[in-house]
Design a protein around this ligand. Structure first.
Ligand code: SAM
Length: 233
């Protein structure tokens, strides 16, 4: 029975990015994320125009005429398509869509589609609502005040408390999301820190921007933030 239980990180990894996972399956998500929820990317062309402006400013500050635009978690390439349409004349853009999902049909052939950020490029790395999709483990304080990993039962999503949180995860909680009261929960954001550090480190020079939902250390929600959207709900 024990193999029926997983940590939240592993469970979310499988559900989102496994074979047939939410973000990868053309059957579950034929229109990509936009088929389920709306981000600023889909809401208005103003957003792509603002990113195009930022890209131009980044190129000017770097003193380069050819600039990379790396969109991490590129969805179906909507932002890249919008920025290419809004790029000021005279600026040459090399666009990269970093995505676990397959290259969408009909995408502008200038867009390089890849699963990892290209290394050593100069320009703007932009991640809109990517980091909140990087799976993390969840911790909850038990009746004795000990923070334990929350485990999920594979067939039905039932939860139980697993082993105590230790090591680097415990140090992360201590620093970023201290827990004390029984029943309090936290998402252990360490994988997001590491993912972001890796993404930023791929740039030779330039600017990296993450746009996402957030809360600060002094105002953590007591029961965590896990939320899923499907079909607009
Ligand atoms: C919430 S959607 C946002 C899509 C788009 N950036 C937008 O704002 O509309 C998150 C996207 O990140 C992608 N993604 C998540 N983890 C990734 C990873 N490690 N590498 C590449 N893409 C990833 C997902 O497949 C999904 O398309």
């Amino acid at each position: 029975m024990t193999e029926e239980w997983q940590g939240w990180r592993e469970a979310a990894e499988t559900a989102l990015y496994g074979d047939g996972g939410f973000y990868r399956s053309p059957v579950r998500s034929p229109d990509g994320p936009a088929g389920h929820f709306r981000t600023s990317v889909h809401a208005s062309p103003l957003f792509a125009r603002a990113v195009a402006g930022l890209l131009a400013r980044t190129a000017a500050e770097l003193g380069i005429g050819t600039v990379a635009l790396v969109d991490v978690g590129a969805g179906r390439g909507e932002l890249l398509t919008g920025v290419l349409a809004a790029t000021p004349e005279g600026l040459e853009v090399v666009p990269y869509g970093v995505e676990v999902a397959a290259r969408p049909p009909g995408l502008d052939p200038r867009i390089v589609w890849c699963t990892e950020p290209p290394r050593g490029v100069s320009g703007l790395l932009f991640a809109n609502e990517w980091l909140d999709n990087v799976p993390v483990d969840v911790a909850e304080v038990d009746g004795e005040g000990v923070a334990r990993y929350v485990q999920v039962r594979i067939p039905d999503g039932g939860e139980r408390l697993g082993p105590p949180v230790t090591g680097a995860d415990a140090a992360w909680l201590e620093r970023w999301w201290p827990l004390s009261v029984p029943g309090e929960r936290a998402e252990i954001g360490r994988p997001r820190d590491l993912a972001w550090a890796r993404a930023v480190g791929s740039l030779e020079a330039g600017l990296a921007v993450a746009v996402d939902y957030a809360h600060v250390r002094g105002a953590r929600p007591p029961f965590g933030t896990l939320t899923g959207f499907r079909g607009g709900r």
